[in-house]
Design a protein around this ligand. Structure first.
Ligand SMILES: Cc1cc2nc3c(=O)[nH]c(=O)nc-3n(C[C@H](O)[C@H](O)[C@H](O)COP(=O)(O)OP(=O)(O)OC[C@H]3O[C@@H](n4cnc5c(N)ncnc54)[C@H](O)[C@@H]3O)c2cc1C
Length: 470
């Protein structure tokens, strides 16, 4: 047995070996046991029961195992609560420390506290090193010391912090060999998109080499051109670090003007992580207190129509069907789908948040929550509640020819451009010619946008009045 100190490296949302501060620190001090825990509290939580994301996760873990094996230390998988598993693995490994990468959800904070206490009882130290963000929530306290509530000043402070230098992959990993439970708890099957560091690198390289990163500012909202990076699932699982993305686009030397829009967009991840850590209440309630008492409808049929992409609002239907088919949805469609659920169907944003968490490969508690609260107008940096998205104008602006809608709602494929976003206005003979009878092949809008808009504003206003802060 080696007399080098042993560290258990507990992988969570950091499924890579390159540019990995915690793994590098573990390897630098001696032997390493690489561990992933199949935590029933996470895998069994309704939010996380997402076959599409779990298949991607499994493929990422298989890729991580291959990387670790090549370095000399295969991944050990254990099923169970981390509070029980970590002390057992540390004892089996003869480890005196456990390292992990930080996280921000209320669950992860409770879990890490409990794990730290359990390990502490055995004299094993627990530390989080780095995080899935580029700039951690603690690094940006703002002038008040309480962090940022508004994105633009947050971005200015974030942008001023240099991109970290690359942390080298350990040359070799050595340590005790422990038995593994394997990955059987995760669903088998091809991931929605190729998973693992090679695939993620290829997506990043392609985004840069094709010039898409330089056109991002112009095209990111053009839904049909699908010109965004598609890196969200890689960042979600930590297959790529945001610093790797930053360095690849040249952020270390000041970002090229053409890449600023993309760089700024990346900062939203850190902004929402920042919120979730500093205001854990957002995970279950409106960030903005005055909107905690909004009266929502209880309309299961409307929720079901929305989920299936059958509301008669073409752009929202296209978005929901894109997610069902691919596990990913364009950001503009996410905003429109969310707005239709909340401001047209008058359903609680948390219902939509849960549907997205189950449907998205990149489903991320902080980003998803932030996106929903932003769109619902219940966050801090949201548009005022009386400014309600018009889903038909959004569609005309961001999908002017209807190409995105036609791709995902095939029953509208032959509808002429002028009717594509309001197909119920098609005259009878055009419906026949387009092979799309409204009410038979495709629904009329299940609610009237103009009426619901007024009702939504009224409900927000009365919720705020009840709090005495209209
Ligand atoms: C209602 C709603 C729900 C959302 N849910 C999620 C989610 O669960 N997971 C998720 O990663 N993103 C979520 N987003 C943000 C955004 O839609 C996706 O990150 C983006 O569409 C992913 O595609 P991309 O990788 O091509 O992004 P790009 O436009 O290429 O952006 C690059 C990266 O920056 C980050 N990013 C971009 N926009 C945002 C944003 N608004 N908020 C936070 N991070 C951002 C992502 O990591 C993304 O991969 C949500 C947005 C809304 C409006």
């Amino acid at each position: 047995m080696s007399d080098r100190p042993v560290t258990v490296m507990w992988f969570r949302r950091d499924l890579r070996v390159d540019d990995h501060p915690a793994l590098a620190a573990a390897a630098a001090r001696g032997d390493v046991v690489a561990l992933w825990v199949a935590d029933p509290d996470i895998l069994g939580a309704p939010h996380h029961r997402s076959p599409v994301r779990l298949r991607f996760l499994r493929a990422c873990l298989e890729a991580l195992d291959a990387q670790l094996t090549a370095l000399g230390m295969p991944l050990v998988v254990r099923n169970g609560s981390p509070t029980d598993v970590l002390p057992v693995v540390a004892a089996q490994a003869g480890a005196d420390r456990v390292y992990a990468t930080g996280d921000v959800t209320p669950y992860s904070a409770r879990r890490d506290e409990a794990v730290s206490a359990a390990l502490g009882r055995d004299g094993v130290a627990f530390a989080c090193i780095g995080g899935p963000w580029r700039v951690g929530p603690d690094a940006l306290a703002g002038s008040s010391g309480n962090g940022y509530l508004v994105f633009t000043p947050f971005f200015r402070a974030w942008d001023a912090i240099p991109v970290d230098a690359r942390i080298a992959t350990p040359d070799v990993l050595a340590g005790p060999r422990l038995p593994s439970d394997g990955l059987d708890v995760l669903p088998v099957g091809a991931p929605a998109v190729p998973a693992g560091p090679t695939a993620a690198r290829a997506r990043l390289e392609d985004f840069i080499q094709s010039g898409a990163v330089d056109r991002y500012g112009d095209l990111r909202d053009d839904m049909a051109s699908d010109a965004t990076s598609h890196l969200s699932a890689d960042l979600r699982m930590g297959v790529l670090s945001p610093a790797q993305v930053g360095r690849a686009i040249g952020a270390g030397d000041g970002v090229l003007a053409t890449r600023q829009a993309f760089w700024r967009q990346l900062a939203w991840r850190d902004f929402y992580a920042h919120h979730m850590q500093r205001h854990p209440v957002v995970a279950r309630a409106a960030m903005n207190e005055k909107f905690r008492g909004i009266r929502w409808d209880d309309a299961p049929a409307a929720l079901d129509a929305w989920r299936k992409g059958c509301t008669g609002f073409p752009l929202a239907d296209a978005g929901m069907r894109q997610m069902a088919a691919t596990g990913w949805m364009h950001n503009r469609a996410r905003m429109v789908c969310a707005s239709v659920l909340v401001k047209d169907l008058l359903l609680d944003w948390r219902r939509g948040e849960a549907v997205f968490m189950r449907g998205l490969v990149d489903g991320d508690p902080a980003n998803n929550n932030g996106g929903w609260q932003w769109t619902a107008g219940t966050g801090t940096d949201a548009a005022p509640y009386f400014r309600v998205f018009n889903p038909f104008l959004q569609a005309k602006r961001f999908d002017p020819t209807g190409a995105y809608v036609r791709r995902w709602v095939p029953e509208l494929a032959d509808v002429p451009d002028r009717y594509i976003h309001e197909p119920w206005t098609m005259p009878e003979e055009v419906q026949v010619e387009a092979g799309c009878r409204i009410g038979t092949d495709y629904p009329e809008p299940i609610v009237d946008h103009a009426t619901r808009r007024v009702e939504a504003i009224e409900r927000y206003k009365s919720a705020a009045e009840r709090m005495g802060v209209a």
